[in-house]
Every structure is written in structure tokens, then in C-alpha cells.
Design a protein around this ligand. Structure first.
Ligand SMILES: Cc1cc2nc3c(=O)[nH]c(=O)nc-3n(C[C@H](O)[C@H](O)[C@H](O)COP(=O)(O)OP(=O)(O)OC[C@H]3O[C@@H](n4cnc5c(N)ncnc54)[C@H](O)[C@@H]3O)c2cc1C
Length: 263
């Protein structure tokens, strides 16, 4: 079984972020980037499925990222994935979510798959749109928010996490599954894994390789754009209301909320 895990390079949540005023894009070169934490669960699940399925299964990592993204690919390979493919081209800059999903699906068509695993969301853009949009492009079932995955007889069944519990959802392979953080505990790359990752193949994909239509990605191929951006103002000092009388305290809180136009 050929399992492909899509992984995204995201800015470290603690990093100081800045937008480039000219392009209105996040200045990614100046910040520390990491493997999207949600994608670690997808990698772990893929490795477990491979281990259960036997020797002829493989796990391929796919990312669309600037060249620096090779570091997160190496981390995924260090966890135990077999090989990787990376789509990296300046012309991709400015691609919105639907353009991103188009390019990832074209790359998936190029490398081939039986099963695709993704995170439920990225920690930077947090759209949770890419998995379903990719499945739609590929014409395969999307089983989202999986907290348990079972594969048997050419079918996949998941427990789909909901606020109230879970739903049982099943579909024939090939299929795409997005996994939640409840599904497993991702392994750390071992020293042996990290050393071994250096020898594993990271295939560079070009836009020509995947047959990408220039009208469907980048600034020109995106139907949404950033009109303007405003930095979040620094959080001011909080207001502490101290009152001996609880009624008086409640009154002061109400006056404060009215002044802030919250109530
Ligand atoms: C107008 C506009 C312009 C933008 N310009 C840029 C830009 O110039 N540069 C830029 O980096 N981003 C840009 N973005 C953001 C980019 O479109 C999103 O990061 C991308 O669509 C993925 O959305 P998401 O992170 O919300 O993914 P989600 O849907 O939340 O991600 C879910 C899962 O999809 C997979 N996934 C998501 N993205 C990737 C990826 N790149 N490679 C592999 N797997 C992935 C992962 O498995 C992830 O867990 C722009 C967005 C907009 C709206």
C-alpha cells in the first residue's frame, strides 16, 4: 500500500511574526519554521498502518514549501517515513487555500497513492480546508477528523471525532483521511532515524512535472487576496476591580464593560 502524508512547514508559534508590506505576505524567511504539529499525528498513523500492513507498504512525505522546508521533511523521514517529494517554486507564492489544494492534488496524482493522510489543520492559517478540497480534486472519499483508523479488505473505517462523541465512517480505498490529535502519540525521531534520513530520497517536483496550470495558482490563480493587514496592538495592562461589597464590585464591572462597549 502506498501511503502519502501531506505535511506543512509553519512558523513556530512562539516566533515574532511580521508581514512584508510590499507583498502583504508573511515574511517566512526571517522566522523559525517547524513541522505543523498536527501533521506529526498523520505521520505517526501512517507509520503504524505501514507496520501493520507489511513490507510492501511505503510512507511518502509530500510538502509544498520554500526550500527551507527541507528541514521539516528530514524530521518526518527521521520519524521513519521511506521517502519524500517536495514542490518548491517562487511562482507558488500568493497561492490561496484553493490554489494550494489544487497544487497538492496535482502533486499527488503525479506521485501516486492508495491512502493519503493529513493533519486536520495547520497552526498558522488554520483553514481545515485543504484535506477536503484535495480529496474533491482527486475524486476520492474524504474521511475527516479521524481519532481511530482501521483498514481491512480494501476499505477504511474511521471513528470521526465530534463534540458529542464519534461517528463511524467508512469508504473504499483510495481515500484521504485527516487525523486529530487524539489518534496517537507521535514518536520522536531516533538518532538512528535522523542519521538514516540523510540518505533517504527527497524528490524535487517542478510545476511542469505535476502539470500545473499557471492560471490556477500564485497571485494570478487565486480568487482571494489580502487587501490590507493590521498588526495586533500589544495587550495593555489588565484592570483589577477591588471592592469590599460584592454588589458594588458587580456595578463597577458592569460600568467597565459598558465603557468598553461589550454590553
Ligand atoms: C490570499 C492568500 C495568499 C496566500 N499567500 C501565501 C504565500 O504567499 N505563502 C504561503 O506560504 N502561504 C500563503 N497563503 C496561505 C496558504 O494558502 C495556506 O497556508 C494554505 O492554503 C493551506 O491552508 P491551511 O494552512 O489553512 O491548511 P489546512 O487546511 O488548515 O491544513 C490541513 C492539512 O493540509 C495539509 N497541508 C496544508 N498546507 C500544506 C502544504 N503547503 N503542503 C503540504 N500539505 C499541506 C497538511 O496535512 C495540513 O495538516 C495565502 C493564503 C491566502 C488566503
Amino acid at each position: 500500500m502506498k501511503i502519502v502524508v501531506t505535511v506543512k512547514q509553519v512558523p513556530d508559534t512562539n516566533a515574532e511574526k511580521a508581514f512584508d508590506p510590499a507583498t502583504k505576505r508573511l515574511n517566512r524567511s526571517a522566522i523559525e519554521n517547524v513541522l505543523n504539529p498536527f501533521d506529526e499525528y498523520a505521520i505517526e498513523e501512517a507509520l503504524r498502518i505501514k507496520e501493520a500492513a507489511g513490507a510492501d507498504s511505503t510512507v511518502t512525505i509530500l510538502t509544498m514549501a520554500p526550500q527551507k522546508g527541507v528541514d521539516i521533511v528530514r524530521k518526518a523521514l527521521g520519524m521513519g517515513a521511506d521517502n519524500a517529494a517536495m514542490l518548491s517554486d517562487e511562482a507558488i507564492g500568493g497561492s490561496d487555500t484553493m490554489a494550494t489544494a489544487y497544487l497538492i492534488s496535482q502533486a499527488l496524482k503525479h506521485i501516486g497513492f492508495d491512502l493519503i493522510l493529513t493533519g486536520t489543520q495547520s497552526t498558522d492559517a488554520i483553514n481545515s480546508i485543504v484535506p477536503a478540497a484535495v480529496a474533491e480534486h482527486l475524486g476520492i472519499p474524504a474521511l475527516t477528523y479521524a481519532k481511530k483508523v482501521t483498514i481491512a479488505d480494501g476499505r477504511v473505517e474511521i471513528q470521526r471525532e465530534t463534540d458529542a462523541g464519534y461517528q463511524r465512517v467508512s469508504a473504499p480505498l483510495p481515500a484521504l483521511i485527516s487525523v486529530t490529535k487524539s489518534i496517537n502519540e507521535p514518536r520522536y525521531p531516533t538518532l538512528k532515524g535522523i542519521m538514516g534520513a540523510k540518505k533517504k530520497e527527497i524528490k524535487a517536483l517542478s510545476l511542469a512535472d505535476i502539470g500545473a496550470d499557471a492560471a490556477r495558482f500564485g497571485d494570478a490563480g487565486s480568487k482571494t487576496w489580502v487587501e490590507s493587514f493590521t498588526p495586533v496592538s500589544a495587550r495593555g495592562k489588565g484592570t483589577v476591580i477591588q471592592a469590599q461589597d460584592p454588589v458594588e464590585g458587580a456595578k463597577q464591572i458592569l460600568e467597565f464593560l459598558i465603557a468598553k462597549k461589550v454590553v
